[in-house]
Write a protein that binds this ligand. Sequence first.
Ligand code: C2O
Ligand code: CU
Length: 526
Amino acid sequence: MSTRRQFLRRGAAAALCFGTGARSENAPNDFLDVAKLPRYVDPLPRMKKAAPVAGKNSNGIRYRIAMREFLAKVHRDMPPTTMWGYDGACPGPTIEVQKDQAVSIEWINQLPARHLFTVDHSLHGAEADKPAVRAVVHLHGARVAPDSDGYPEHWITSGQSQKCQYPNAQAATALYYHDHAMGITRLNTAAGLMGLYLIRDESEDQLNLPAGRFEIPLVIMDRSFRTNGQLLYPVSDMPGMPWVSEYYGAGILVNGKLFPYLDVQPRRYRFRVLNSSNGSFYPLSLALDTSFLSPDLPYLQIGSDQGLLSAPESVENVILGPGERIDLLVDFAPYVGKQLYFRTKHAYFMQFRVSNEKISDNSLVPSTLRKVERLSESAAVQTRPLTLLDDQDRLERSHRMLLNGMHWAMPVTEKPVLDSTEIWSFINLTDDSHPIHLHMVQFQVLDRTPFDLQTYFLTKKVVHTGPALKLEPNELGWKDTVRVDPLTVTRIIVRFSSYTGRYVWHCHMLEHEDNEMMRPYEIVEA
Ligand code: C2O
Ligand code: CU
């Protein structure tokens, strides 16, 4: 095993890697141990709502949103942190729209000429002849035409802008806008270029879910810092190849704060949770005290990436991967005067302080939320087996993960026909879970089935070693990002409708995505 490999894979032995808050042995001397900061001293911030520019035009409601460098206060006791954000904030302003209300957004690049982090010019698309600071916005989960999707190569430099049309012809849900520039997505997003985009619709409104100040977006992301308060993004020990294969931050920010607290009333709240981490999966649970013996409390999941589930599901521990969203209801009524915590497997990161007030709560937990018809396998006109592969060249000391053994720049191989349904079958040959995301479509997860890796490497045949693992009921809604676990074949079923043209699919661990774990796909005319 090369040093690079050891460095890169450090701490990555487990199938799922969680932000640990631990100091790594390669950390610089000025690494800030955030675990030593006092907890729950900052109130949870709420993101601003994006304000449209006056006057509609034929493209609908208009917004102009600039990407800018700014100073953020991520913790009471830390010096201000230089970040990049949409409208000078991280998370950026929340864009809120009604279903079928078209919106046009002009995204303006006003970033400085120098990148906050070290660009790896050995990565495809980030060569030294390209400007270091490039950006392109993708609205993750949106059904949009290719020229508004934010193709990774269609980046703009400082002073330029990108104009996008979003028809919002899709069900109510929480979408995720973030940077997608070729070869530097991980750096731009780590710098703070991300935000939430909520679509509302009538059928959701009729459910009388907690709303207004009782509906709270929670954007969680892990970051590491230096003692001077600045963001720390690690580099490898390979000269000229600073890329690292995973980034797990030392502390978890919620809406831009480390260890925030939220004052709540003893009533029901709706939380719209997005995992905007570069690489961490969070098994999200709720507990009454900060001892590891304290049991997970049940809460309700009502939605996944692409909107409401068919019915609320009681959960205790939802695994949320990079790019995934969940919609939760938490009832604080049984906890009058108490404190509760959100935690991942290793870390407590947010506190809820339940007041003593007497409250009448007229929000509802409907027994059904909407009709989610399961797509039938028989509707699929084709099944594509697609591998996830760990590709290492010991002589060149290179290491990357590939989709179906192919690099970004190779010819397009996935060309679904418009209005057809396909099954994509992800065969994970690596030892990690990868969140796989397809642009533009909504899909359903069919199953995960264990298979024999040795046999696959010898014969290229999938031999299952057991029956399909039962999906959790909360995984049966509409998705756009799926967790593909090691030693499994994970199948999704997708209908490719609305637009023809070039989109992308990729791993949402942004380090993987930036180093070839991304491929174009093209929806073609019948
Ligand atoms: Cu969330 Cu291709 O992205
Ligand atoms: Cu990956």
